[in-house]
Design a protein around this ligand. Sequence first.
Ligand code: NAP
Length: 249
Amino acid sequence: MELEEKIALVTGGGRGIGREICLTLAKSGAAVAVNYSGSEAAALETARLIEELGGRAVTIRADVSDYAACEAMFAAVEEQLGAPDILVNNSGITRDNLILRMSPEEFSDVINVNLQGAFHCLKLASKGMIKKRWGRIVNIASIVGLIGNAGQANYAASKAGIIALTKSAARELAGRGVTVNAIAPGFIETDMTAVLSESVREQMLGNIPQKRLGLPADIAAAAAFLCSGGAAYITGQVLAVDGGMTMGG
Ligand code: NAP
């Protein structure tokens, strides 16, 4: 129970990768604030699963792209559990389109949730962490933020932005006992990838040396490691969890 007495906030913790991260941190002893924006039932189910494990959880609605809503969320977490020691910026959306067809709104919507939202929560979390002189921030990026992807200029730009945000925050917070790292998942089995056609999946598998899509648990294990004492000397890094897709890239 390495994270006993720690308080974690996971954005988009209701479903997909976020839910698995919530459960894994709870198994390590952390009390977990499960953020959601639209999926209330899923967030309540994540909290129920945590309580079933003997853990402590609260659910908090906030659209991470809305700074005032994030401020209210942090106030609510602080009141109900205490200031977060751990922040996992996991919320993310896609609005795929080729650049010629992509509307400015499709571009800005993705930046606003994926990048601006991560900044909002990082800013609000770092204050309490600096006070405690201990903190762990894990930002969920993507391998497309490293290598780009046709049809995902908005999403790839948001994820490349998260990587630069991670490195900058890591430099600012390194002397305060706070580490900031990013995870770059490859293709993971969630609602986000369930929409892909069979031919796209086959094509993707051809590019994955391990010949399988990843599971949310693969990402959650990496996140829990980056929050652990064993990762105390790791900051400003991008850990690709992708079955070998980007090795050497
Ligand atoms: P998912 O199943 O589609 O879940 C997305 C999560 O983001 C949901 O919990 C959703 O909550 C939350 N979210 C969306 N808009 C939000 C907003 N405005 N405010 C707060 N939360 C919001 O996706 P996933 O596959 O688990 O992805 C999780 C993260 O991993 C994302 O950052 C994604 O970009 C990244 N990632 C995924 C893959 C993959 O292959 N699946 C690969 C690389 C990176 P609500 O439903 O409550 O809105």
